[in-house]
Design a binder for this molecule. Structure first.
Ligand SMILES: [Mg+2]
Length: 170
């Protein structure tokens, strides 16, 4: 068994996609990118608006991908990989990387995380809980966690001090 595990966030860490967060108020709407979740939340709160996260629940296709973080992929090529994502559906992500890159990734999708209007703190909490459960059945010596959100990394490090955290921007 490989003794190194890479835990990778999907949106804006491994890939950039055309997925949008949409805020609706008074017959108006404004779109935010996936890395602007906190901005969308603040914007909506000021206007008492609705936030639509439903694009996160849709299966991902090659056409949804705008850019791929190849430098991260080459860095983790020898490791076991777990994609830990707040998207609603993990099977298509798994299949996409198998088909296009011959990479076998485990995927944990948090599902239904966006049912409540939240600013991302719930995501950080759930990510750390899911990772803790996953690691209970494993015996990796080195665990590297990659994410573009500092709040996720901080929460995970707090719950699992043994992991190494890496802030990713690409
Ligand atoms: Mg992300």
């Amino acid at each position: 068994m490989v003794d190194k595990l890479a835990v990778i966030d999907f949106d804006d860490t491994l890939v950039r996609t055309n997925t949008k967060i949409i805020v609706y108020w008074k017959k108006k709407q404004k779109e935010f990118n996936t890395n602007q979740i906190k901005d969308a939340y603040k914007f909506a709160e000021r206007r008492d608006a609705e936030i639509d996260y439903s694009e996160f629940a849709k299966p991902i296709t090659r056409q949804n991908i705008k850019a791929i973080n190849y430098s991260l992929i080459s860095k983790i090529r020898q490791d076991d990989v777990l994609i830990l994502t707040a998207r609603g559906e993990g099977e298509t992500i798994k299949n996409l990387f198998k088909q296009h890159f011959k990479l076998n990734f485990d995927v944990i999708a948090l599902k239904d995380i966006y049912d409540d209007k939240k600013d991302g703190l719930l995501i950080a909490q759930r990510k750390s809980e899911e990772l803790k459960l996953y690691l209970k059945q494993k015996s990796y010596k080195f665990i590297n966690v990659y994410d573009d959100q500092l709040s996720n990394l901080a929460k995970i490090k707090g719950a699992l001090p043994q992991v190494n955290i890496h802030f990713v921007k690409f």
